[in-house]
Design a protein around this ligand. Structure first.
Ligand code: ADP
Ligand code: MG
Length: 578
C-alpha cells in the first residue's frame, strides 16, 4: 500500500529538523503551544464547516483537546476531535515546510548562531534558565517562521500522527511516523483511536522528561495557550481557563481582571500602567486589548525583537509578536488583536503584505494617539510616567508623516525653566510661556541638566529669560531635525543662534545685562591684538574669531555658523564614522 516505504523529507526540512533537534534549548516548551494551536486550528476548521451546514462523522463528539501523559512509556499524547487528515494530507502537510520561510529560517539561524558564538554567551530570554547553552530562542524562531509541527522534535525522538478525517468517503485512519532524522512513513492504522480527528504521540527524549510532569505541561499551557477557544484537558483536568477578555464588553470588565489578564499575557509581575480596549467594525472588523507596561524595555538593545502584538483570527492565535500591526514607535504596546477578516490558515509570509493588517495598523495608530492625547489632557502625571518609561521609543514617531502633528504634540521635554530633572513640558506649553514675537523652539543637547546649564551658549538665553528645551538623548537632535516645524515654529539649537537672534527681547536679568555692557571703542581696539593672535593660533580650525556681547560669566564660546551642526551632533557623527 501507498507510503509503506520510507519517504525522504525535502532537503530544507532535513536541515531545519537537524537544527531543531540539536541547537534549540531555550523555551522548548513551546512545542506544546504549536501542537495545541494545530489542534485548535483543526477544531476551528471543523466548526466552520459545521456552521456552514456540513455534517461531520460523529456529530455529537465534543470539540476538545486531550493531553495524556504515560510516565512508564515516556510518551505524551495530544488528541483533538477536529478536521483530521487523509493519508495524502499527512504526507503533504507534515513532509514539507513553507518554502520561503524555511530558507529565511536557515539563513537567520546561521547568522544568529554566528553572533552568539562570537559574543560567547547565549541568552535565555524568557523564563527558561535551564542551564543549557542557549544557542537560539526556539519560541522566537519557530514563531517567526511557522515551522510549528516540527518543533516536537526538539523534545521527541519518535513521533506518530494518527488521523481520521471528519469528512469524506474514506473514514479509515492513517499513521505518519518519523524519528525526525530524515525519513517518514505513512501507513494504514488499525487503531480505533482517534474516532475523529488527530492523535499525536511523542516519545520524549531523556533530556525532555520534565514534560512527563503534569504541572509542567499545565504551566506551559497556561502560559502559551491560555486563550485557546476549545477546552484543553491534561490527564482529564482542564488547563486553559482564561476567557478571551478582548471579546467581552468593556463595561463588564474590572481593573483587576484587566491586570490579571495582562500578567497572564506578558508574565510581568506588576500591574500595567494603563490599558486600551476597543473594537472596530469598519473599515476592518477587529477587537483589540492593549496594555502599556509600567516598566521600560530596551528596544534599542536586548529587547530589539521583543515587540509586536498577538494576532488572533476568531480567537485562534495566528502569530505571536506580529510586527505588521503597529509601527515600531508603538512597540511599547502589549496585547491582542483578534479579527474576523483573516482566514485561519493564512501563512506567515502572506501576513507581511496583507491589506487587512495594514488597515488595522492605521486604525490602531489613530486609536492609540487619541488615547494618549486623552491621558495627557486628563491625567498629566500618568502621561508623564508613560513618557519617562516609553518616550524613548515613542519619539521615533516623528517618522510617521501622516500623524506627525499629533505625535509632536505628545512629545515631552525637560527644559531650563523646569524645577528639576523629572519635570516635563509639552511644546504647546513651551509656546504659551514664550514672550511675544518668539517663533523658535530653542534647544540645547547635553548629557544632563548641569552640563546644559554650563553650556556658555545658554547665557544669552538666561539673560533674556528665554526657555530652552533640554535634549538628553543622542537621538533627540535627529528628532528635532526630522520635525522641521511645529505650528509654524522652527526648531533651533542655541549653538546656532546668531549674536543678534534675541535682540528683540528685553533683558530679564539687570545685573547680567550690566556686566555684559557693550564694549567701548577703546576696549575694542585694545582687543584687536588679541583677536589677531587667536586667529593666527587657531588657523583653519575656526572660520572666524569675533568679539561678543553675549557672554556674562564665560570668557569665550564656540559658535556654530548659521545652518551648521551643533557640537553634540558633530560628536555623534564622529563616533558613527569610526
Ligand atoms: P501551520 O500550523 O503554520 O500551518 P504546522 O507545521 O504547525 O504549520 O502544521 C502543518 C500543517 O499540518 C497544518 O497546516 C495542518 O494542515 C496540518 N496539521 C498539523 N496538525 C494537525 C492536526 N492536529 N489536525 C489537522 N491537521 C493538522
Ligand atoms: Mg501550526
Amino acid at each position: 500500500e501507498a507510503g509503506k516505504k520510507p519517504r525522504q523529507f525535502r532537503a530544507e526540512v532535513r536541515k531545519v529538523l537537524h537544527i531543531l533537534t540539536n541547537s534549540l534549548y531555550t523555551n522548548r516548551e513551546i512545542f506544546l503551544r504549536e501542537l495545541i494551536s494545530n489542534a485548535s486550528d483543526a477544531l476551528d476548521k471543523l466548526r466552520f464547516r459545521i456552521n456552514r451546514g456540513e455534517s461531520p462523522s460523529l456529530p455529537d463528539l465534543p470539540l476538545e483537546i486531550r493531553i495524556t501523559i504515560d510516565k512508564d512509556a515516556k510518551t505524551l499524547t495530544i488528541a483533538d476531535t477536529g478536521l483530521g487528515m487523509t493519508a495524502e494530507e499527512l504526507a503533504e502537510n507534515l513532509g514539507t515546510i513553507a518554502k520561503s520561510g524555511s530558507e529565511q529560517f536557515l539563513a537567520d539561524i546561521a547568522a544568529e548562531n554566528a553572533a552568539k558564538a562570537k559574543s560567547g554567551n547565549g541568552r535565555a530570554h524568557e523564563d527558561d534558565a535551564e542551564g543549557e547553552e542557549a544557542v537560539a530562542d526556539a519560541a522566537n524562531i519557530i514563531g517567526r517562521f511557522g515551522i510549528g509541527f516540527y518543533s516536537v522534535f526538539m523534545v521527541a525522538n519518535k513521533v506518530t500522527v494518527t488521523s481520521r478525517p471528519a469528512f469524506g468517503e474514506d473514514s479509515s485512519a492513517h499513521t505518519w511516523t518519523s524519528d525526525g532524522l530524515g525519513t517518514y512513513t505513512v501507513t494504514q492504522s488499525e487503531d480505533a483511536e482517534p474516532a475523529r480527528g488527530t492523535v499525536i504521540k511523542a516519545w520524549l527524549k531523556d533530556d525532555a522528561e520534565e514534560f512527563l510532569e503534569k504541572f509542567r505541561v499545565e504551566s506551559a499551557i497556561r502560559k502559551h495557550s491560555a486563550f485557546v477557544p476549545f477546552p484543553v484537558f491534561v490527564d482529564g483536568e482542564q488547563a486553559n481557563t482564561q476567557p478571551a477578555l478582548w471579546r467581552e464588553p468593556k463595561f463588564s470588565i474590572t481593573k483587576e481582571q484587566y491586570a490579571e489578564f495582562y500578567k497572564a499575557l506578558t508574565y510581568d509581575n506588576a500591574d500595567p500602567l494603563d490599558e486600551l480596549h476597543f473594537s472596530v467594525d469598519a473599515p476592518v472588523q477587529f477587537n483589540a486589548l492593549f496594555f502599556i507596561p509600567a516598566s521600560a524595555q530596551d528596544f534599542f538593545g536586548s529587547d530589539r525583537d521583543f515587540w509586536g502584538l498577538d494576532l488572533y483570527a476568531r480567537r485562534v492565535l495566528i502569530q505571536h509578536r506580529n510586527k505588521e500591526l503597529i509601527p515600531e514607535y508603538l512597540a511599547f504596546l502589549k496585547g491582542v488583536v483578534d479579527t474576523e477578516d483573516l482566514p485561519l490558515n493564512i501563512s506567515r509570509e502572506t501576513l507581511q503584505e496583507n491589506v487587512v493588517l495594514r488597515k488595522i495598523n492605521q486604525v490602531i495608530v489613530k486609536q492609540t494617539l487619541s488615547h494618549l492625547e486623552k491621558l495627557a489632557r486628563n491625567d498629566a502625571e500618568k502621561y508623564n510616567d508613560f513618557w519617562r518609561l516609553h518616550g524613548k521609543i515613542f519619539k521615533l514617531g516623528y517618522h510617521d508623516f501622516a500623524n506627525r502633528e499629533r505625535v509632536t504634540a505628545l512629545l515631552r521635554f525637560n527644559s531650563s525653566t523646569q524645577a528639576d530633572a523629572e519635570a516635563l513640558t509639552s511644546l504647546d506649553d513651551y509656546m504659551s510661556r514664550a514672550p511675544e514675537g518668539q517663533k523658535t523652539f530653542w534647544y540645547v543637547a547635553a548629557p544632563n541638566r548641569e552640563a546644559a546649564r554650563l553650556n556658555p551658549h545658554m547665557e544669552l538665553f538666561r539673560q533674556k529669560g528665554i526657555e530652552v528645551l533640554y535634549l538628553f538623548e543622542p537621538i533627540d537632535e535627529f528628532v528635532m531635525d526630522g520635525l522641521g516645524r511645529y505650528k509654524e515654529w522652527e526648531f533651533k539649537s542655541v549653538e546656532a543662534a546668531a549674536d543678534d537672534a534675541l535682540k528683540d527681547f528685553a533683558d530679564k536679568e539687570k545685573a547680567a545685562r550690566e556686566s555684559a555692557a557693550p564694549l567701548s571703542d577703546e576696549d575694542s581696539t585694545s582687543f584687536e591684538d588679541l583677536m589677531a593672535k587667536m586667529k593666527e593660533l587657531l588657523g583653519d580650525k575656526v572660520t572666524d574669531v569675533r568679539i561678543s556681547h553675549r557672554l556674562a560669566d564665560s570668557p569665550a564660546v564656540l559658535v556654530s555658523p548659521d545652518g551648521g551642526m551643533s557640537s553634540s551632533m558633530e560628536k555623534l557623527l564622529k563616533v558613527m564614522q569610526k
